[in-house]
Design a protein around this ligand. Structure first.
Ligand SMILES: Cc1cc2nc3c(=O)[nH]c(=O)nc-3n(C[C@H](O)[C@H](O)[C@H](O)COP(=O)(O)O)c2cc1C
Length: 198
């Protein structure tokens, strides 16, 4: 079940809740599935309230949710070695927050999906990382050693700046493969635990 905009903070104990938003674009659903896995992993951690925000149709309420978050995780498909136009529109729309340093000090992380094993998605991930740095955010990579390069392996694409996943031109239920989805889950859990320590 999608957790998009499920912002009611369900108290899991008396400690303060940390809020995480996974902000993503997805034209065909593969990147959305990765984003959902990050949210699911994060929500396994106590006192974390993680939600999905699609960059399409941003409104006042969605911006408010992002402004209130402790952790922002940014993800995009790779289009010709870059984030998508829709994701770039979102980035540009943060300009008042950039000028006002509104997001400074928030924890940030990123992920990129592509059709190719490389697909030049490192450039998209670097673009998102620079965006977070421009905002004065605190970047976390993916500190998970690659367990191999099979489709069932964790961090099979051996990315450390952030999460890389790869999808084929198949239905979303079949791709990205299980190893990528489990890595996304691991990443979400890791970021949630990091947020708890901050
Ligand atoms: C306009 C366009 C450009 C693309 N450029 C790349 C690319 O540079 N590298 C690559 O590996 N895949 C590329 N792809 C494939 C997409 O990255 C892939 O379909 C996408 O990540 C799927 O995610 P989604 O289902 O969330 O939209 C491109 C797709 C489109 C439509």
């Amino acid at each position: 079940m999608s957790t998009e905009l499920n912002t009611q903070s369900q108290t899991k104990s008396t400690s303060p809740i940390k809020r995480m938003c996974v902000v993503y674009h997805s034209a065909y659903g593969h990147t959305a599935r990765v984003a959902q896995a990050i949210v699911d992993g994060a929500n396994q951690v106590e006192n974390i309230d993680a939600n999905l925000i699609s960059v399409e149709h941003m409104d006042h309420y969605k911006w408010e949710v992002l402004d209130q978050a402790d952790v922002l995780v940014f993800g995009s498909p790779t289009y010709m070695g870059s984030v998508t136009g829709q994701f770039k529109l979102f980035m540009d729309a943060t300009s008042s927050r950039w000028i006002n340093r509104s997001w400074s000090g928030k924890l940030a992380a990123g992920f990129a999906n592509s059709g190719g094993l490389s697909g030049d998605k490192l450039a998209a991930l670097q673009q998102v990382c620079l965006f977070a740095m421009q905002h004065g955010m605190v970047w976390s990579g993916l500190p998970l050693m690659s367990q191999g390069h099979e489709t069932t392996d964790l961090n099979r694409l051996a990315s450390f700046l952030g999460l890389m996943t790869q999808s084929d031109n198949l239905p979303v239920a079949q791709t990205p493969p299980s190893g990528d989805i489990e890595t996304a889950h691991w990443f979400g859990r890791h970021l949630a635990q990091l947020a708890q320590r901050m």
